[in-house]
Design a protein. Sequence first.
Length: 182
Amino acid sequence: MTRLPLFLAVVLTASSTMAAASETRHADAHEHGHGQLTIAIEGSMIEMEIEIPGADIVGFEHPPETAEQHEIFDAGKAKLSKGDALFQVTGEAGCTLKEARFLEGEDHDHDKKTEDADHDGEHMEFHVNYRFTCTDTTKISGFSFPFFKQFPNSEELDVQIVSPKGQFQFEVSPDQPALTLD
């Protein structure tokens, strides 16, 4: 289990480099409608990390200012924390979400302990890490993404997967909300 964070750091570095090289739009890390998801599978663990513009999740890209925006922000975070309702493992791997953690960035005063609202100028982004445990990761056949039903402002996720089966790149969208590893 102690190898996974180091493994994930290597995967994230490698996938960031690959994504930047493969598509010019990734030079601008913040594009509404487009998020990035990295999935690392090792042993009995799946680690996922999503980086997604705030506008995709809450409909605005600045820190919440009004009471209504605070409610929308909190509701968006609550949905993001339920990773097993957003990202589903297909196959008979027996996977269960164990942890959802908002990664810290530059915070504003709203819920500093759990929020991740990185600000690049006025651009808020969410960064969330999910950890799943599985009974048999060799039986993973792919992933489905109910994520798009929860967040209709999101148009696409660029997905990087590193597993014992190899390294894969996919794009998923509301029209194609699933991928297979066959």
